[in-house]
Design a protein around this ligand. Structure first.
Ligand code: HEC
Ligand code: HEC
Length: 283
């Protein structure tokens, strides 16, 4: 009898406003980073909402694994650590939602979008806030425009006039290795002073550090954005479950999420709910 191994590859992308979030391909235990425009996951606004809605009724404060906050999750449960940063497939937390054993019994499983988002969050290092965030366009591109594009402006070889062309690399191939400034040729060449060459002024230490930080944050085109403000559970639209989430934030059951602060006044209140109601009525 033939043993046929079926590799189920789930690839999907979510469209949020102008940004495309590309999730990692998940092929059994094998997680890979996508090379294009990976946005980083924010714990408070993307992971904690899933836990509030599906887990904390049991994993509250009554002993064992507590999923009420980032610190409690990272403290683990009876088996010790349940999240192994950068390694979703060996994280009990991910295993248990991926094999459907959590939530248990008749409680609905998480959607594949949610499971993949959690995998991506762990894969990115399971950070609370991944983004100090350097913004490519206003902070990195402006350095390239000032110091580099006079030579690297499109006449063959490395072109530093845009994000996409910079990420395409030069004659040596990729010159930027996301998350690793030390192995990025671009950073090596500015750090050892060989670029810009000759009498051209060198970058300041602050500018070099800024580029290193941008690379180490994943060399993203854009820092994290909420996508659709008001879409608490990231299911792609605003509806009554999102309004219930806002009410929970207002009464202090859920923590503040910047993505639910629609008018940007740094609190979630009735004005934000009215905003969401209008959005629902207009759609
Ligand atoms: C209906 C109650 C209930 C819900 C809802 C629930 N769990 Fe559990 N969970 C349990 C119980 C009971 C255990 C301990 C028994 C076991 O390991 O199966 C457990 C164990 C676990 C463990 C193993 C902890 C350890 O230290 O070994 C993880 C991880 C976990 N749950 C994650 C989750 C996640 C994530 C959610 C939400 C997506 C969730 N659970 C929802 C009841 C629940
Ligand atoms: C005066 C022109 C000039 C300026 C300004 C300049 N470069 Fe270069 N750069 C070159 C030339 C010529 C080469 C190819 C020869 C070499 O590798 O040294 C090169 C090569 C490179 C390479 C290696 C490309 C590869 O594929 O191996 C990198 C990376 C690089 N430059 C980055 C920069 C950065 C970043 C800046 C701005 C901070 C910059 N350069 C400014 C002329 C310049």
């Amino acid at each position: 009898m033939k043993l046929i191994k079926i590799n189920l590859i789930i690839t999907f992308s979510l469209l949020f406003a102008n940004n495309t979030i590309i999730m990692p391909d998940i092929s059994n235990n094998n997680l890979q980073h996508s090379t294009t425009n990976v946005l980083e996951i924010d714990y408070m606004s993307q992971i904690q909402p899933i836990l509030y809605q599906n887990c904390t009724s049991c994993h509250g404060a009554s002993g064992g694994l507590n999923l009420n906050s980032y610190n409690n999750l990272m403290n683990g449960g009876n088996s010790g650590d349940v999240v192994i940063p950068s390694n979703p497939s060996s994280s009990i937390f991910w295993q248990r939602i991926n094999n459907g054993s959590m939530p248990p019994g008749n409680n609905p499983d998480l959607s594949s979008n949610q499971i993949n988002m959690i995998a991506q969050w762990i894969d990115e290092g399971a950070l609370y806030e991944p983004f100090e965030s350097i913004d490519y366009e206003s902070q990195v591109q402006s350095i390239f425009n000032q110091f580099c594009t006079s030579c690297h402006g499109g006449s063959g070889g490395l072109n530093l006039s845009s994000y996409n062309s910079a990420m395409n690399g030069g004659n040596s191939g990729d010159v930027i290795t996301p998350s690793n400034n030390l192995t990025s040729i671009l950073w090596q060449r500015i750090n050892n002073g060989s670029m810009p060459p000759g009498n051209n002024p060198e970058l300041s230490e602050t500018q070099k550090n800024l580029i290193a930080q941008w690379i180490n944050e994943g060399a993203l085109a854009e820092p994290f954005t909420c996508g659709i403000n008001g879409d608490y559970n990231f299911d792609g639209f605003i509806n009554v479950t999102d309004i219930i989430a806002s009410v929970n934030i207002i009464i202090g059951v859920y923590e503040y999420s910047e993505c639910m602060d629609l008018n940007g006044d740094e609190t979630v209140n009735i004005l934000d709910i009215l905003n969401m109601v209008n959005h629902i009525l207009n759609n």
